[in-house]
Design a binder for this molecule. Structure first.
Ligand SMILES: Cc1ncc(COP(=O)(O)O)c(C=O)c1O
Length: 403
């Protein structure tokens, strides 16, 4: 019997981030020395206060089912975080905790999308927005954010993409994969467009908010346009800033009816988030920002090293990321060439595959982020690994024959 899976899943492409990491693992298992810059996984330990709080919660018997929206201690810590980091006063009925930022997105789309509803996703984008929207019957409408525009969405382009079927506009700044940040004037222009489109909700994924460089500060659209609060869902989580990817804790702040509907989705899926992970997350959020500042400085230093090395490779271009922990070099000057082992590099997918097979550096092609021809390289690796990866990329590029 051929096993039949649901068509909404069967027609979804496999996220390239995961595919590249899987191929890197296979090569490693074969004994190859692979440097993987494919995943957005911080290479720092989780805060000790989080681990201690989780352990203490377990010993204290905090091991029963959690309240579906999240435990009070964590919700209080999230309210404290919004005040401390964003100067926003929020109430507990506007907050929910989920199994990672990813489940917040799932809950939001599951709670709001009917078949054919449109989700505007500025590209380059983190792979999961269009995939989750499509899995739930929505249609992703991609709008380009060209490099000449600093990889930022243009308000006029957003306006032109809005139709009566538009349900959401996704904003993810600091951006994965480009590191682009929106300035106040960018947010004001977008808010103006939204004021003329009262049927459109805004998903503002701010999970990289603390990782901003060169003195820049993240600004939330909720701060800039408080009059739109009844349509803005702010998403955040413990994974990136607190190096807590495996704890699977994300959270959202949004309008009450939306949060209520998202809690209903969660009640029918996961029943909430692991109690110990919630206790650890509350401790981390209350633990101050010093540790994050140290990580931020490290990421900025690595970014500088990577950008300098990549810009020096003829044929590559590399914009300077303003935040997050990736670099996004352009490979347009090398497309159409042939690698030293004879692979035709006709797309950035072919480029990334050849780079992995021949130089053993795992990256993710821009195609995965809806914006080619680029590669995303994560800076969440040691300085030595990053320097070696750049040397290998240089060697690989030098071997390319142009026709
Ligand atoms: C922009 C963005 N949002 C959300 C997430 C998901 O984070 P979590 O691990 O909390 O699900 C990621 C993870 O890569 C991300 O890059």
């Amino acid at each position: 019997m051929t096993f039949r899976i649901a068509s909404r899943l069967a027609t979804l492409p496999k996220p390239a981030t995961i595919a590249m990491a899987a191929r890197a693992r296979e090569l490693r298992a074969e004994g190859e020395d692979v440097i993987s810059l494919a995943l957005g996984q911080p290479d720092f330990p989780s805060p000790p206060e989080a681990i201690e709080a989780a352990y203490a919660a377990g010993l204290a018997g905090d091991t029963g089912y959690p309240p579906i929206p999240g435990q009070k201690a964590l919700i209080d810590a999230i309210i404290h975080k919004f005040k401390r980091d964003n100067d926003l006063t929020v109430t507990s009925d506007r907050i929910m905790v989920a199994n990672g930022g990813k489940q917040v997105i799932y809950n939001a789309f599951a709670a709001t999308l009917d078949d054919g509803d449109e989700v505007i996703v500025p590209a380059p984008y983190w792979v999961s927005y269009p995939l989750i929207a499509r899995m739930l019957g929505g249609t992703a409408v991609e709008i380009p954010c060209p490099e000449e525009n600093g990889f930022r969405p243009d308000a006029a382009t957003i306006k032109a993409a809005i139709t009566p079927k538009t349900r959401w506009l996704v904003l993810n700044f600091p951006n994965n994969p480009t590191g682009a940040i929106l300035e106040r004037h960018d947010l004001e222009a977008i808010a103006d467009v939204l004021r003329d489109a009262p049927h459109v909700l805004v998903m503002s994924d701010e999970i990289y908010e603390h990782l901003t460089f060169d003195g820049r500060r993240h600004l939330s659209i909720l701060q800039v346009a408080p009059d739109l609060a009844e349509r803005i869902l702010v998403i955040n989580g413990m994974a990136k800033a607190y190096a807590m990817t495996g704890w699977r804790v994300g959270f959202a702040c949004g309008p009450m009816p939306l949060i209520k509907a998202m809690i209903a989705v969660q009640g029918n899926t996961t029943s909430g988030v692991c109690t110990l992970a919630q206790a650890g997350s509350a401790a981390a959020l209350k633990g101050g920002l010093d540790r994050i500042e140290q990580m931020r400085e490290t990421y900025q230093r690595r970014r500088d090293t990577m950008v300098e090395a990549l810009q020096a490779i003829p044929g590559l271009t590399c914009a300077v990321p303003e935040g997050a922990f990736y670099v996004y070099p352009g490979v347009g000057g090398l497309i159409g060439g042939t690698s030293a082992s004879g692979r035709l590099l006709d797309t950035d997918v072919a480029f990334a595959e050849a780079l992995l097979e021949e130089a053993h550096v795992a990256t993710v092609p821009g195609t995965a982020f809806g914006f080619s021809p680029y590669l995303r390289l994560s800076c969440a690796a040691s300085d030595d690994q990053l320097a070696e990866a750049c040397r290998r990329i240089e060697g690989f590029v030098k071997g390319i024959r142009k026709t």
